[in-house]
Design a protein around this ligand. Structure first.
Ligand SMILES: [Zn+2]
Length: 270
């Protein structure tokens, strides 16, 4: 599919953030979206390996893009009239602006809610990236998924662990002493945990129990186990709810981008 560059960005901004967000947060997302697409075009001139021929797809694998028609259909009546002009303005007013680090286009990762502090890239993905450093994200109080909880019976919990990691010696009675926390990242996520001496990554457990994030803890009471989570998403780069919170505190989109992407510049494309 071929689409006008700036038109594409409007569909990304409207898909990745609620249009009700502060205009400065939406502008931060617009610059992020433009930078992401350019980064991809440069890195994969012949298409991303998972979808040859296209630098980005329209799903969460890359960055979400929705057509204007589908956006109208998926929102309440009047959404287009109320918000489309605002979306266009965020893209138009940042026209051509991208993020660079040492004069190179950055890979501007982002996520919903960091849970108070973002992550160093190497704690979540493999590479240490100089502009993807762990920073405070203090204004996320409005984020709907700042705190999450998943409840199940202790037997369900044990069966699920055993189905994924073999016949570990865990029972309702010894569970507490068999679970030991390993490494925790600077952003507060579980990097590793030991269950009956088997090392499991926080990311694996996150996916096994479908948790909002790898920042989690367990509470066992009687027959029940509750997994409490903080934040939503991988935690690297810009926190979208943190951007919204900063904007409400009076920070502009450049402040927001420079806060979440360490050492970057906002520059106009040549
Ligand atoms: Zn993709």
């Amino acid at each position: 599919m071929v689409i006008d560059f700036e038109e594409y960005l409007k569909g990304v901004v409207a898909s990745e953030m609620p249009a009700e967000f502060n205009a400065e947060a939406l502008k931060a997302q617009a610059v992020t979206a433009r930078t992401y697409l350019l980064y991809r075009l440069k890195k994969y001139p012949n298409g991303q390996p998972d979808h040859m021929g296209a630098p980005v797809c329209t799903g969460t694998h890359c960055q979400v893009w929705t057509s204007k028609e589908d956006l109208i259909a998926s929102h309440e009546q009047g959404w287009y009239e109320q918000y489309w002009g605002k979306i266009e303005e965020t893209v138009n007013s940042t026209h051509g602006q991208i993020l660079t680090y040492e004069d190179k286009i950055i890979e501007p990762l982002f996520h919903s809610t960091s849970g108070g502090r973002t992550e160093n890239s190497e704690d979540v993905f493999s590479a240490s990236v100089p502009y993807l450093r762990s920073v405070e994200s203090p204004y996320e109080a409005e984020a709907p998924k700042l705190h999450g909880s998943v409840k199940m019976t202790v037997d369900e919990f044990i069966n699920k662990i055993k189905s994924a990691y073999g016949n570990l010696n865990i029972t309702r009675d010894n569970l507490n002493e068999k679970i030991k926390l390993g490494e925790v990242s600077e952003g507060g996520k579980v990097k590793t945990i030991f269950i009956d001496n088997t090392e499991i990554t926080g990311r694996e457990l996150r996916s096994l129990f479908n948790l909002n994030s790898a920042n989690f803890s367990f509470i066992q009471s009687g027959d029940q186990i509750e997994i409490l989570t903080t934040g939503y998403g991988h935690g690297v780069g810009m926190s979208q709810w943190g951007a919204e919170g900063m904007a409400d505190e009076g920070y502009n989109y450049k402040d927001i981008l420079k806060h979440y992407f360490t050492g970057v510049e906002v520059v106009s494309m040549k």
